[in-house]
Design a protein around this ligand. Sequence first.
Ligand code: S3P
Length: 452
Amino acid sequence: MPAASLPIVEVATNGNRQTLTINRPFAGLALHATLAVPGDKSISHRALMLGAIASGETRVRGLLLGEDPRSTALCLQAMGAEISGLNASEVVVRGVGVGNLQEPADVLDAGNSGTTLRLLLGLLASQSGCCFTVTGDRSLRSRPMSRVVMPLRAMGAQIWGRRGDTLAPLAIRGQVLQPLRYESPIASAQVKSCVLLAGLATEGKTTVVEPARSRDHTERMLRAFGAEVRVDLEAHSATVTGPTQLRGQTVVVPGDISSAAFWLVAGAIVPDSELLVTGVGVNPTRTGILEALALMGADVQLLNQREVAGEPVADVLVRTSQLHGCKLGGALIPRLIDEIPILAVAATAATGKTTIEDAAELRVKESDRLAVTASQLARLGARITELPDGLEIEGGAPLRGAEVDSFGDHRIAMSLAIAALLAKGTTTIGGAEAVAISYPEFIAQLQQACGM
Ligand code: S3P
């Protein structure tokens, strides 16, 4: 391929802020690469947390070394868990045992990570005799916490916070809790996991029932650590029986399908491309993206399917094809909740209309992802309309380079970078440092995929 046809991917750093420039003055870009995406973020948080409250040693291979799991690790270290090797290929956690977290000397900081804050709340609320204060960055301090405060209070938890106890910072006085059967109004793995973790130290059966199935990594990993967990797939319910101790384990974290999604869409929409993403977690509660891409006519194949430490894994091969619009909604949404911004990018390259509904949850993620996806893709020339609970994209409008911004949201930054590969001219993405939350290697791999 002639050098002139390659895009130029460059990063400029100014203080804490990075700007990613993607310059694509010529057509003729094709992506060809084999890529290994970093460890699954959801599984990484859980491996650290369960390791910290288990007895003995937990070894975690393939942990995501992004900012979100680091926030989890720092909080757990402040409460007495020993965590070593955070820059290495194997992280070792020496746990304190269920109910033995120590009162930290300072405020716990969950950074940008909703999973850290919401899952930790279940552990803290049930940690009797200790007081905790938890906070996060500006984005996290604006995200709703009542969804976990309410069920924890129904178990007897004492939690206070800003705006009627709905926003962080939150103060928690750990208690002996009562078991609960909680019918959650939303399909949220963070809510489910928070309540189940609170149930570990609680005498009796704690159950969460969801309106649709959310990711089940907590249930799988709790079982592997020796807890009694009952799952009813038809009723969308999960039950833990407490009090229980956990035993340290070896955890192998698969590649994050939410990170692989950027390559799956890039490979599908950039002409003449072929990308192989290796070692991707394909847990059925996370594979909505594969189903959505299949509905749109993408050429995606799962190769070498296997099971690694209780989670299904595959290599995923994608080749360019002409996508067509489709309708996404209902129970599929929780199974692709983090992939909607990048699916919106796929829809800009599809023929016809794509409608995404039942996705109002996106308004309370790291940014308002419906508003930000619509406004930033529109700046690149996409015909996209924000709906109260989703997005409507009229595919086929040619994209052109523009100045866009991540709004501090890692998945928006990466989605815009993939969109920029199709945009004629120069795109600059402000706030590109956000990629380090879940995918520190993203820009280097983007350069690799572009042949730089
Ligand atoms: C996560 C659950 C999802 C997801 C988030 C990670 C988890 O959030 O969006 O990125 O690890 O449990 P909700 O539980 O709010 O849907």
